[in-house]
Design a protein around this ligand. Structure first.
Ligand SMILES: *[C@@H]1O[C@H](CO)[C@@H](O)[C@H](O)[C@H]1NC(C)=O
Ligand SMILES: *[C@@H]1O[C@H](CO)[C@@H](O)[C@H](O)[C@H]1NC(C)=O
Ligand SMILES: *[C@@H]1O[C@H](CO)[C@@H](O)[C@H](O)[C@H]1NC(C)=O
Ligand SMILES: *[C@@H]1O[C@H](CO)[C@@H](O)[C@H](O)[C@H]1NC(C)=O
Ligand SMILES: *[C@@H]1O[C@H](CO)[C@@H](O)[C@H](O)[C@H]1NC(C)=O
Ligand SMILES: *[C@@H]1O[C@H](CO)[C@@H](O)[C@H](O)[C@H]1NC(C)=O
Length: 607
């Protein structure tokens, strides 16, 4: 996508920014073998960073945060929002490739996951403009559903209000423009660790999008997607502070380093959870084996209270399986002795399918993403502007506005299965409107100007899985996303394409949008649109729900409502694996929210 930007790679390698000084253990051998840790947290993304920091705020607890990847300090590619695309496929990406997806006509997906301090809060996705900076709390309906499914009212929207506010620090955008009319400040936290703000640079399409909301009732304006009601088009709230990415590192970890009770080790991959005892007839897993690489020595650390796994929806199930927690037959097949019969470990994997719909446009001289992607001089100007003043287009890494919608009534799609959305005010699909050409299957054209409206399926029915190829912890897990595995998923995507066509019929796009581009233009009948969907869809990289929490006696739940692993003692999972269904939103916010509550739950049983 930003292929022209590849020329900047040498500049990035220079590491222009000074690294903040921080005391980290940079090798497993440095973790003191005599220190008594109360908690060991595995993974430093939004889940692990938050829970580790909150636990370490209590000086009585010694906390060790373990990260498989390298330090993120001083990396321009993670700090400059516009450059985030460079993170995919690099040393800080786990480089997973999915199984061929039948729903995508057998295509595979390069599945970006952060192997770096800050985890996937520091990563972007291969071949797309998308990053993980969009901050949505999710719709109220999601949290009500999680409360219902788990039988724990503590997961409900109202119960989580305090948690939601204490995460956030609403800040001024990079261009110092006013938040008025773009956010409802009254519902936000102002003093939390994580900076939330709106766009720091305005594109010409922004006002056209807002004007469309005034004209077409199907696409209404929403002042603040974080009010619990996400429907409609609103300004994207991003985890950005003064034009730079605010990751779990910059928000939760780095300001909290250099305390005697908070240790962080990088280059340390957890290879196995070790059973340390049997309590109340259940195996306790308070030992963690870890190593720098397949060929380096293994080390072991023990937690006196709990081990918390926050390695994300791909690597958390991988670690449980490697430790003998999973479906017994699957474990035996890879020579792992089953310890806990947990048939749903690695099942129920979900993600948001994402489709690019591209128009050829006449921007009438206004700057588009195509102009930047093709022009090295312009890139250098904007990078320099960012370095000098943290302003300009490089402060933006995602669309400035997002839209979330329900399908119009009467499509007849949910005759044979019930509507999978969480409730009547949660979305079926999302619009992400980009200036410039975005495609997952077609290289960017060398000429012309484009508008891309990506559509994402918010409540998929298709389910995938995470499995082990063998018992080697350094082997990549087998990932099947189950993308578009259900007929209804394709049908909802088809309806999203029709909605895109209705959207650009509004007068703000007249004379601007010239024609549909490529295969999009050819897809007219329902059958043609469904075929186009299968040929052009990828994913938003929102892997979720592979260790879903459930009610205490549910069949499919892997975790209890308090995120402890069923059938074990001393072990919890705190990341997006735990969500019963993928949030109908960008899920980053939901991870911070779950992790803040997890810290409360853990502290409530610590004495
Ligand atoms: C991912 O692939 C890139 C390019 O081949 C490589 O440089 C990097 O080390 C890989 N990352 C990991 C974690 O193996
Ligand atoms: C925004 O305001 C801050 C603080 O006053 C200032 O340092 C910065 O240069 C301003 N940025 C722009 C783009 O005007
Ligand atoms: C690239 O951008 C520079 C700076 O705006 C401009 O002077 C130049 O004409 C552009 N080059 C092309 C090929 O458009
Ligand atoms: C669709 O049907 C539901 C339930 O009958 C109703 O509440 C809603 O207003 C309808 N939506 C539209 C756009 O007609
Ligand atoms: C529902 O099932 C019936 C019977 O199998 C089938 O004829 C119909 O097409 C299905 N409806 C949809 C929307 O898939
Ligand atoms: C669209 O259809 C035309 C006519 O059948 C065909 O020539 C063209 O290759 C198609 N374009 C794409 C991108 O599929």
């Amino acid at each position: 996508m930003r292929s022209g930007l590849a020329r900047l790679a040498s500049l990035l390698a220079l590491g222009l920014l000074p690294a903040a000084s921080a005391v980290l253990y940079t090798d497993p051998s440095q973790v003191p073998s005599t220190k008594r840790y109360d908690y060991v947290v595995i993974g430093s993304g939004a889940g692990g960073a938050t829970v580790a920091r909150r636990l370490a705020e209590d000086p009585r607890f010694n906390v060790l945060l373990m990260e498989a990847g390298i330090d993120d300090a001083g990396r321009l590619d993670v700090q400059v929002p516009y450059l985030d695309v460079f993170t995919a496929g690099t040393a800080i990406d786990w480089n997973i490739t999915t199984l061929p997806q039948p729903g995508l006509k057998g295509r595979t997906i390069a599945y970006t996951r952060g192997k770096v301090l800050g985890g996937t809060t520091n990563l972007s996705t291969q071949c797309s403009f998308l990053d993980y900076m969009c901050y949505n709390r999710g719709p109220r309906d999601d949290w009500e559903k999680y409360a219902r499914v788990t039988g724990d009212p503590g997961w409900s929207w109202n119960a989580l209000q305090g948690v939601m506010r204490r995460i956030e620090r609403l800040t001024t955008p990079a261009d110092n423009s006013s938040l008025v009319g773009r956010v409802d400040p009254s519902i936000h936290g102002l003093t939390g660790p994580l900076s939330i703000t709106v766009r720091g640079f305005e594109y010409d399409i922004d006002h056209r999008i807002v004007q469309t909301t005034q004209q077409l009732p199907e696409f209404p304006f929403n002042l603040d997607h974080n009010s619990g009601d996400m429907l409609g088009i609103g300004y994207t709230q991003s985890t950005i502070y003064r034009g730079a990415r605010d990751s779990s590192t910059t928000s939760y970890i780095r300001p909290f380093l250099n305390r005697p009770n908070f240790d962080v080790v990088i280059n340390a991959q957890a290879t196995k959870l070790l059973q340390t005892a049997t309590e109340f007839n259940l195996p306790a897993f308070r030992g963690v084996q870890f190593a720098r690489s397949a060929s380096s020595p293994r080390y072991t650390v023990y937690a006196t209270r709990e081990v918390i796994v926050s390695a994300g929806a791909i690597h958390s199930p991988q670690l449980l399986l490697l430790s003998g927690i999973g479906p017994p037959n699957e474990l035996r097949a890879v020579n792992i002795t089953p310890i806990v019969n947990a048939p749903y470990v690695g099942k129920n994997l979900q993600d948001h399918p994402l489709l690019s719909n591209t128009f050829e446009v006449d921007p009438r001289g206004a700057l588009t993403g195509d102009d930047i992607a093709r022009n090295q001089t312009l890139q250098n100007i904007f990078l320099n502007q960012w370095i000098q003043s943290r302003s300009g287009p490089f402060t933006v890494g995602s669309p400035n506005l997002l839209g979330f919608f329900r399908m119009p009534n009467g499509t007849g799609i949910f005759q044979n299965v019930s509507d999978p959305t969480s409730g009547p005010r949660s979305p079926h699909y999302e619009f992400l409107t980009f200036t410039g050409f975005v495609s997952f299957v077609e290289p960017p054209p060398q000429t012309g100007h484009y508008l891309t409206i990506l559509t994402a399926l918010m409540a998929p029915i298709g389910r995938g899985s995470v499995r082990l190829p063998n018992n080697n912890p350094f082997a990549k897990p087998i990932v099947d996303l189950g993308i578009l595995a259900a007929r209804e998923d394709v049908q909802v995507m088809r309806e999203s394409v029709k909605a895109v066509r209705r959207f650009v019929k509004a007068t703000p796009w007249q004379g601007y949008v010239l024609r549909e581009h490529g295969a999009f233009a050819n897809a007219t009948t329902d059958a043609q649109i469904e075929d186009y969907v299968r040929s052009n869809t990828a994913t938003v990289f929102h892997a979720s729900s592979s260790l879903a929490m459930g009610a205490v006696n549910s069949i499919t739940g892997v975790l209890n409502p308090d995120l402890t692993v069923r059938g074990t003692r001393g072990l919890r999972v705190v990341d997006l694996s735990a969500a019963p269904t993928v949030p109908e939103a960008h899920p980053l916010g939901a991870v911070y929210i779950m992790a803040e509550r997890a810290a409360d739950l853990i502290k409530s049983v610590a004495h």
